[in-house]
Design a binder for this molecule. Structure first.
Ligand SMILES: O=C[C@H](O)[C@H](O)[C@H](O)COP(=O)(O)O
Length: 225
């Protein structure tokens, strides 16, 4: 079975009746959502908060009831994919441009489970360009400030026009040599730049990473507290 599918489906086992669940975005968590859709048909009752418009649409198609933060104070669980994860379970996310809602949802969940295939495991974060969501106004100035942190940058494009996030913002992809030392510090430095809305570094957030191996074996890595 596909490695993403193995990881995605396993995560659905952590969802219990009555839970409020953060529903991630991407091709790995897609399998979690499919599984949850099946379990709902069999009588599981949950409510979800989607991390993107794409996930909202998929959840509606699968019959997963949605709610929002007006109704839910804290999610029991959030499940999402990642573009990279290291041994400390620090992540880069946002390859699909959903990082802002994803971070907000994960930050307001009691437990955050990441699903990934084994190609996402890295020794040092940063081979995958770090996505940073910025407001459209003055984005060129924001980009220059980001470059002062030691990266080269690229405005994300889609069909010859700037990519627009679900929140109406641009994404600047930041390529570092490697994020070797302090992801906590870089996360803070980026978010202090005026114009930056959020960045794709998820530090000390993931509690568990479920990894689908291309050999068909699923492993689980827990964060040491
Ligand atoms: O913005 C997108 C998200 O951060 C995704 O969770 C991430 O890009 C991983 O996606 P996939 O499971 O499709 O590789």
């Amino acid at each position: 079975m596909d490695a993403k599918r193995l990881a995605g489906e396993r995560a659905a086992d952590y969802v219990e009746d009555g839970m409020a669940v953060g529903l991630g975005t991407g091709s790995t968590v897609y399998w979690t959502l499919m599984k949850l859709g099946e379990r709902i048909k069999d009588g599981l009752h949950i409510k979800g908060i989607a991390t993107s418009k794409a996930t909202e649409k998929l959840a509606a198609e699968l019959g997963i009831p949605l709610t929002d933060f007006a109704e839910v104070e804290q999610l029991d669980l959030a499940i999402d994919g990642a573009d990279e994860f290291d041994a400390r379970l620090q992540l880069i996310k946002g390859g699909g441009g959903a990082l802002l809602r994803e971070k907000l949802v994960a930050a307001n969940a009691k437990r955050f489970i990441v699903v990934a295939d084994d190609s996402k495991a890295v020794t040092n974060l940063g081979k995958f360009p770090l996505p940073v969501e910025v407001v459209q106004f003055g984005w060129e100035a924001t980009r220059r400030q980001l470059e002062k942190l030691g990266c080269s940058t690229q405005l994300r494009m889609k069909e010859q026009a700037p990519f627009i996030s679900d929140n109406g913002n641009y994404i600047i992809d930041c390529q570092f040599e490697a994020i070797t030392d302090d992801a906590v510090k870089l996360n803070e430095q980026m978010n202090r730049i005026p114009g930056v809305v959020e960045n794709g570094l998820f530090v000390n957030m993931a509690d568990l990473v479920i990894v689908g191996g291309r050999d068909g074996v699923v492993t689980e890595q827990r964060r040491e507290i």
